[in-house]
Design a protein around this ligand. Structure first.
Ligand SMILES: NC(=O)c1ccc[n+]([C@@H]2O[C@H](COP(=O)([O-])OP(=O)(O)OC[C@H]3O[C@@H](n4cnc5c(N)ncnc54)[C@H](OP(=O)(O)O)[C@@H]3O)[C@@H](O)[C@H]2O)c1
Length: 215
């Protein structure tokens, strides 16, 4: 079974780890303080999880999740992530991340900034508009009535296909928003942000959502 590398062990990282392990994946997870600080989480996640450095999580992952605050993206190990498909769960909170002019002016999306920081990776927006704690519990089998859907975006079709299959394994339909430049459609303060939506509902919302100023 494939291994998911997870960089960031907070709300998003730990909950995607739980869901991935429940779906049969192995997980290598990291944080900023080092593997020894993750003993409690690894005990909770069980034998299919291990702690690593960020480089180890990047290198081990057949698919990698970046679950660090946006302001920390510059610290990611770009070399170890080269050639990898990287899921980006980021949202922009200026109070936490500092003001970023390109986002304030709607000239870029958070995922485009992550892609710029990881030029040799294929970045795919994923998991940014679901509350982290819902990830292990809201997934259902494919074909279930009212199955929850999550938006994805990316510039590479094969990378997006890999993420679609990962989301499906975790119990979610994926709706493709297009390239990274379109990933604002599920960013903060948009209608699908934090809301439980089905594929049909998300497909209806995405084309008509208006871009808001990130204040
Ligand atoms: N919380 C949610 O429900 C939710 C939902 C969707 C999207 N998001 C977005 O996802 C991103 C992560 O949010 P979160 O709530 O998971 O944050 P969080 O709970 O604060 O966790 C952040 C994690 O990133 C780690 N980290 C920071 N710098 C690092 C570095 N240089 N190398 C490795 N790890 C590093 C931290 O390590 P330490 O623990 O060692 O400090 C921590 O484990 C944010 O952009 C957020 O807006 C969050």
């Amino acid at each position: 079974m494939a291994t998911i590398g997870i960089i960031g062990s907070g709300n998003i990282g730990s909950n995607v780890a739980k869901a991935a392990i429940a779906a049969g994946y192995d997980v290598v997870i990291s944080n900023s303080r080092g593997p020894e600080s993750l003993t409690h989480l690894i005990n909770e996640l069980g034998e299919n999880a291990r702690a690593g450095t960020t480089e180890e999580a990047a290198e081990a992952g057949d698919l990698v999740l970046v679950a660090v605050p946006l302001g920390k993206v510059g610290e990611l190990p770009a070399d170890a992530l080269a050639g990898k498909v990287v899921m980006d769960a980021n949202n922009y909170y200026p109070q936490r991340d500092g003001r970023i002019a390109e986002l304030d002016n709607n000239e870029a999306t958070t995922s485009e900034l992550v892609q710029r920081a990881l030029p040799d990776s294929q970045v795919v927006k994923a998991f940014n508009h679901i509350n982290a704690k819902d990830i292990p519990s809201d997934g259902t089998a494919a074909g279930t009535l009212d199955r929850r859907a999550l938006g994805i975006a990316g510039d590479d079709h094969a990378a997006k296909a890999l993420v679609v299959s990962f989301l499906d394994a975790l119990g979610y339909d994926a709706v493709d928003m297009g390239p990274l430049a379109e990933s604002w459609r599920t960013e903060r303060d948009t209608p699908a942000y934090g809301k439980r939506v089905t594929r049909a509902e998300l497909e209806e919302i995405l084309p008509i959502v208006e871009r808001v100023q990130q204040v």
